[in-house]
Write a protein that binds this ligand. Structure first.
Ligand SMILES: *[C@@H]1O[C@H](CO)[C@@H](O)[C@H](O)[C@H]1NC(C)=O
Ligand SMILES: *[C@@H]1O[C@H](CO)[C@@H](O)[C@H](O)[C@H]1NC(C)=O
Ligand SMILES: *[C@@H]1O[C@H](CO)[C@@H](O)[C@H](O)[C@H]1NC(C)=O
Ligand SMILES: *[C@@H]1O[C@H](CO)[C@@H](O)[C@H](O)[C@H]1NC(C)=O
Ligand SMILES: *[C@@H]1O[C@H](CO)[C@@H](O)[C@H](O)[C@H]1NC(C)=O
Ligand SMILES: *[C@@H]1O[C@H](CO)[C@@H](O)[C@H](O)[C@H]1NC(C)=O
Length: 401
């Protein structure tokens, strides 16, 4: 009894939400629903997109007038000239995906503007920083997310300009980029050659052979991750599966793709190399907020499943489930005036997570910071170009659940 009371007291002392004040908000998200990226061999299905984007060139300075064309151009994919039959590009954000991000933006508006009064009523580029990979679906996800957070002021006017920071895709470190960091690919190749992987493949050989027959392809052309991707897209759009693919096969393909993805990110070095520099960006944003060298309140990163999964894995909180469209991690930095301490709360798809080693879902900033610094690779460049595999598979087989 006594012990329990002491524990309770401890929780109270270190955790009193009433005196905690939100100081910095960061969000890392996957884009919304999209068309397939590597469609299944037969072009029997056509994809039609109602949603597209419209652009105009603009000057570099955000505050200056743009070239003021008063006109924009709408992108229209010519029918049946793309990888996918129809008028969508591969991996294009769909209307469903736009809606998913819009809903998220609306929910953030309710939480952080209306309820907590943390973010300002109007967009302010001194306080809000938006980052995206330079891919149409992630940029379009940003626009729809912020359409919910800050509904446009006027209709049919392009006077509101929100900066959106990006980097050439091959140079970007906010997703598992094996061009920038070839070691990610090297480690994955090692994994595919490992006896654990090969044994696993033997276990699913029957399924592999079934798929080879259904798609009339050789074994080397079977990729569970990409077959599952196409089937997932079809499911979301009520498009029937290819002949021969039953619901049961689709489920088996899904489970296998999930196992493979989780196995890749469960490889701790892959996870750290994939997301370590984004972790550095995010922890530095917190430090700058704490030491008052930055007045930013909200940083939004629009990225991919290969961003969210390694991020969760790096902090040891990944459940191995494929990251859903618009799946997102919220990192809240709080200051507790009473005890003069900072706390970080990580929330995944609305559920607060307790990082191993933290007392509660509100993690002591000092501890969170030290875990984060372990994730950030030292000598990133040299390591990324290294082909040493002395630690090969040392930390691969965590519990895949
Ligand atoms: C693509 O085709 C569909 C069906 O014909 C049409 O409704 C849609 O407007 C087209 N998309 C664009 C961007 O023109
Ligand atoms: C932008 O252009 C409009 C008219 O074209 C002008 O009224 C306005 O002052 C300009 N704004 C800036 C910041 O230069
Ligand atoms: C299967 O593919 C081979 C060559 O790739 C082709 O010759 C054969 O006609 C295909 N079979 C069917 C049933 O489409
Ligand atoms: C697919 O079908 C379900 C159930 O009939 C429906 O709720 C959903 O809106 C449909 N989705 C699309 C993209 O048409
Ligand atoms: C504040 O934090 C930033 C980000 O980590 C760092 O670069 C900067 O040196 C710090 N400034 C001071 C005064 O501590
Ligand atoms: C990866 O990050 C974790 C922190 O979660 C750390 O414990 C581990 O040493 C790092 N591993 C590698 C191989 O970088």
């Amino acid at each position: 009894m006594k012990v329990e009371i002491i524990i309770l007291l401890g929780i109270f002392l270190s955790f009193n939400l009433a005196t905690k004040e939100l100081q910095l908000l960061q969000v890392l998200t996957r884009h919304g629903d999209r068309t397939p990226i590597f469609p299944l061999p037969s072009k029997t299905v056509s994809w039609y997109c109602k949603l597209t984007d419209e652009t105009y060139p603009t000057t570099s300075s955000m505050n200056q007038n743009t070239t003021k064309l008063n006109r924009i151009h709408k992108r229209i994919y010519i029918e049946d000239r793309e990888l996918l039959a129809g008028n969508c590009s591969a991996g294009q954000l769909t209307s469903i995906g736009a809606q998913q991000h819009y809903q998220m933006g609306l929910q953030f508006r309710q939480t952080y503007i209306k309820n907590m009064k943390f973010l300002p009523d109007q967009f302010d580029s001194n306080l809000i920083w938006i980052r995206s990979t330079d891919i149409p679906r992630t940029r379009d996800s940003v626009q729809n997310n912020f359409r919910g957070l800050y509904p446009p002021q006027t209709s049919l006017s392009y006077d509101e300009v929100f900066p959106l920071y990006t980097v050439d895709f091959d140079f970007d470190w906010i997703y598992a980029n094996s061009v920038l960091c070839p070691r990610i690919g090297f480690l994955a190749q090692n994994l595919f050659r490992s006896s654990e992987w090969i044994n696993h493949m033997t276990q699913i050989q029957t399924l592999t052979e079934e798929l080879m027959e259904i798609f009339n392809v050789s074994e080397s052309e079977i990729s569970y991750i990409w077959i599952n991707d196409d089937l997932t897209c079809r499911k979301a759009h009520n498009i029937s599966f290819p002949d021969g693919v039953t619901t049961e096969i689709a489920e088996q393909v899904h489970d296998e793709a999930q196992w493979e993805l989780a196995a890749i990110y469960a490889y701790q070095e892959v996870a750290n190399l994939s997301i370590g520099l984004l972790v550095r960006d995010m922890i530095q944003a917190m430090e700058a907020s704490i030491n008052k060298t930055s007045e930013l309140k909200y940083l939004f990163y629009s990225a991919h499943d290969s961003s969210v999964a390694p991020f969760l894995q790096a902090y040891n909180v990944y459940d191995g489930i494929i990251i859903a469209y618009a799946g997102h991690i919220v990192l809240e930095l709080y200051y507790d005036e009473d005890v003069q301490k900072y706390y970080v709360q990580m929330i995944y798809n609305g559920n607060p997570l307790q990082i191993p080693g933290c007392d509660s879902t509100y993690c002591d900033f000092d501890f969170f910071q030290s875990v984060s610094y372990q994730i950030i690779p030292q000598n990133y460049e040299a390591l990324c170009h290294s082909t040493s595999n002395e630690d090969f598979l040392d930390d691969f087989f965590w519990n895949l659940n």
